[in-house]
Design a protein around this ligand. Sequence first.
Ligand SMILES: Nc1nc2c(ncn2[C@@H]2O[C@H](COP(=O)(O)OP(=O)(O)O)[C@@H](O)[C@H]2O)c(=O)[nH]1
Ligand SMILES: [Mg+2]
Length: 194
Amino acid sequence: MIDDWKFVKEVHKFNQLPNDSIPEFVFWGRSNVGKSSLINFIVKKNIAKISRTPGRTKSLVIFQLKNDFRIIDMPGYGFSKISKINEIKLDKLLETYFKKRENIKNIFILLDSRHLLKEIDSQIINQLNLVTEKEIILIFTKFDKIKSKAEKEKKYIDIEKIKKKLHKNVFNTSIKESSGIVLLKKFLYKSIIK
Ligand SMILES: Nc1nc2c(ncn2[C@@H]2O[C@H](COP(=O)(O)OP(=O)(O)O)[C@@H](O)[C@H]2O)c(=O)[nH]1
Ligand SMILES: [Mg+2]
């Protein structure tokens, strides 16, 4: 398949979203988890900004492959110094998007392989479960940062535990190495054919 990706738009309000039924895959996670890098790798273009000052934008950024499907780059969470972990609330735009947007195919929560599931990620997943029944899938990023073989093996075991505990599908990825991302791309293509 030819990767004919384009940037569609950045939206600040629910009613600015495209009015059609093209499926949307949502990419979300803590600031700096590697969301934009992963999106760039998937679309094979530098269209998602790699941030050096994370956590500023509160908008949804939309990318689209032909008329087949979209990737939605959500604003990263967990950056604000004021938000206490037990006070996590979804931003209004995000809440409306998750509640009302029928285009959503599934939601990917990105987790840094070094830190795995942090308290804030669990909180976010709980919040999501309150507003949507769409499938949540975990993507562990920056796998190349796990250096030793022993460390890697321990990670696989820990990831397996998280997978079982949360009943979620998982992908392990690294932008330094394509195999994990190839599996993820296959999953995206396959799920829109179904
Ligand atoms: N080594 C390594 N670094 C990564 C990987 N993914 C992202 N990064 C780095 O992590 C930082 C944050 O990435 P970014 O994509 O901007 O994260 P975002 O805030 O979630 O969009 C950048 O310096 C990236 O180069 C990865 O798979 N491996
Ligand atoms: Mg980003």
